[in-house]
Design a protein around this ligand. Sequence first.
Ligand code: SDX
Length: 425
Amino acid sequence: MADKKAILTVDGIKESLELPVYEGTLGPDVVDVRSLTGKGLFTYDPGFVSTAATESKITYIDGDAGVLLHRGYPIEQLAEKSDYLETCYLLLHGELPSPAEKETFVSTIKNHTMVHEQLSHFFNGFRRDAHPMAIMCGVVSALSAFYHDSLDIHDDKHRVISAHRLIAKMPTLAAMVYKYSIGQPFMYPRNDLSYSENFLHMMFNTPCEDREISPILAKAMDRIFLLHADHEQNASTSTVRLAGSTGANPFACIAAGIAALWGPAHGGANEAVLHMLAEIGDESNIDKFIARAKDKEDPFRLMGFGHRVYKNFDPRAKVMKQTCDEVLAELGMEDDPMLKIAMKLEKIATEDEYFIKRGLYPNVDFYSGIILKAIGIPTELFTVIFATGRTPGWIAHWNEMISSDYRIGRPRQLYTGHQRRDYPA
Ligand code: SDX
């Protein structure tokens, strides 16, 4: 497989080391450093800035060109021409479904949206004001207690049914988390509705009133799920892969991914953006917050800005902004004060040398919160929405690893602690 090589010379090692270099379909070549342990050497890359932890065929990102491909299809085209469940199928199976395959997949997902009735009792152990992500970590992990029939990770039929169950049940659980927080009864899913209509139905309808779901809001919800579906080896996906490499069941692995996503530097940023915009409060305060974001002594960062990979623009942010305009226009909220602050903040920041020099531009989280708020979803639930959207990506990566010749993930370290010393006599 290696058609190139790298030569490494190391002080103290007589002969130079020849390392294979592999070319991908797209993106940077990789240097295979696995032989270094045999020479008593490790690589050192905190935060994995320059490390390819795996080979994958699912998603490709070019951070400089602002490119995001799912199985080769650009995110802009999928957002415009596809829908969330079709994109789920694409991520899982590698190809777009035929009309018949899509119909079967959609029907299968619909018929797995209910959760075991016992699961609803788990919620009663939580305070009503528990953070929704705390509940999601618990109830998604608890799914493994209900599906003993599909936990053999080396049985591809078990892997497929687990994938279907997770994609189908995440919106149901997300809506249950919301209903629990406001003291309303859980709403059962409806099989006559589309995936995103069904989510909004379970979120906002009650047993007393079954209101029509706005097709514009359902389309916006579907677009938000689609834009979050996968993103290569990000922190939460890498967490799912690492948990999966131990042989843990898929429900536990996805729960680990949800926990990793919760952080404000990752999926928690959409919630943090709304809190930041509320704290800014008025356009006249923007300069003060920009100054804080640039101040090394101040831990404040501009939420929704910057990305480990995108150093020009996040293509998802562009589509999200367009969706934001559509939804706010549909709802007659073009003058939403949060949107005005966000747009002014984006303009000032993207013209500021500090942000330009560091490649800090709006990311997927910058506008998504404004749309979710306009749809009526509470800020604390934003990262739960992100987790719901990201589930097919997590599952596709987990499945790709389990179906390959994988090993348990076990990074090493640069040890700088004490030399051996004896316990005092
Ligand atoms: C997601 O990986 C993925 O793909 C993630 C994601 C996905 O779909 O899975 O895309 C989803 O997590 C998007 C990112 C959401 N997070 C935020 O919006 C939080 C704010 N952003 C930052 O925390 C930060 O930009 C990160 C975490 C996103 C990226 O951090 P890096 O790559 O480790 O960059 P860094 O912290 O080394 O910053 C480089 C420089 C530093 O300044 P210098 O030391 O070079 O002077 O840029 C500065 C940082 O201080 N910087 C910021 C900033 N982000 C980076 N300064 C102000 N505001 C910011 N938001």
